[in-house]
Design a protein around this ligand. Structure first.
Ligand SMILES: NC(=O)c1ccc[n+]([C@@H]2O[C@H](COP(=O)([O-])OP(=O)(O)OC[C@H]3O[C@@H](n4cnc5c(N)ncnc54)[C@H](OP(=O)(O)O)[C@@H]3O)[C@@H](O)[C@H]2O)c1
Length: 269
């Protein structure tokens, strides 16, 4: 009998960690039957071990992997090959961004953002989908954490916003390609979330969102819970909260040249 597992990348903190905590204690709120194991993927081994210990039921399995290079993906690929589990859920939450003009940032900031946000996310789907199929819980599920930053180009956060546009587009296309395999794909597009993200994106200069975004910050547990519900309904795209739905609508109707003119002014002030 194969183990039925979930895999969550980016689980050492923030949104990924919230997903793990909800899934480890799920009593039928999200899935009819719980997972035998939840593979918690990230680089920080201590944080993963702490998370596994606090879950307390032996379900959370730390998988230490750096997704910015091939070796990290191979660690997960080899483990899948060795254990041949049934994967009921894959959540791609690992991600990063570096704020500031591209020309002021090191090359590695660009390459890591693209590797983790785009390449690793795509390859995680590529290596995991062969182990996914519908079961007593219904279709297998993939949740990709995109961002409302992906709706529009963003001077001052250009590579991150473009990487999240990729996540939205790739998720939508994959939802069609994987449909016949009984796999649903949901792109989650939150606005600002209260995690370590902002501190890391600003190299420790800002621990919280400081500009107008601070009025729209949401709790990662709330976001994770709502995302699992949206995935259960088979939604392709989940934009949260309402303020980001308005932004999404605006991104469709306001000419990009106007938005860029406004953003350029803000960036050059
Ligand atoms: N917070 C926000 O405002 C916000 C808004 C919209 C979308 N998002 C997206 O939400 C996702 C989760 O971010 P978060 O807010 O939860 O931030 P976070 O607390 O900084 O979490 C990022 C996670 O990604 C992992 N990660 C980073 N680089 C990695 C690498 N090279 N290899 C493996 N794992 C790596 C980190 O683990 P290690 O450092 O241990 O490796 C950490 O677990 C990201 O995709 C982000 O773009 C965030």
């Amino acid at each position: 009998m194969h183990q039925r597992i979930a895999i969550v990348t980016g689980s050492s903190s923030g949104i990924g960690k919230s997903f793990i905590e909800l899934l480890a204690n799920d009593n039928g709120e999200f899935f009819k039957s719980g997972f035998d194991e939840i593979w918690a993927v990230a680089r920080r081994e201590d944080a993963l071990r702490e998370l596994a210990a606090s879950a307390g039921n032996g379900k959370v399995v730390p998988v230490v992997a750096d997704l910015s290079d091939d070796c990290g993906i191979k660690i997960i690929e080899d483990r899948l090959k060795a254990e041949e589990p049934l994967v009921g859920l894959l959540i791609n939450s690992a991600g990063m961004g570096v704020k500031g003009p591209v020309m002021d940032k090191p090359d590695k900031a660009l390459s890591d953002t693209i590797s983790i946000n785009c390449s690793a996310l795509s390859r995680m789907i590529r290596i995991t989908a062969p182990y996914m199929r519908p079961d007593g819980n219904g279709n297998a599920k993939i949740i990709n954490i995109a961002s409302s930053a992906g709706f529009l180009p963003q001077p001052g956060f250009a590579c991150y916003a473009a990487s999240k546009s990729y996540v939205i587009s790739f998720s939508r296309a994959m939802s069609c390609e994987l449909k016949s395999r009984g796999i649903d794909v949901t792109a989650v597009c939150p606005g600002p979330v209260a995690t370590d993200f902002q501190r890391r994106a600003t190299d420790g200069k800002e621990t919280d969102f400081t500009d107008w975004r601070k009025n729209f910050v949401i709790d990662p547990v709330k976001l994770s819970r709502k995302s699992l519900k949206a995935s259960a309904k088979g939604r392709r795209m989940f934009v949260y909260p309402f303020s980001q739905k308005l932004l999404h609508l605006a991104s469709k109707i306001v000419p990009v040249s106007w938005i860029l003119a406004f953003e350029s002014k803000a960036v050059n002030e």
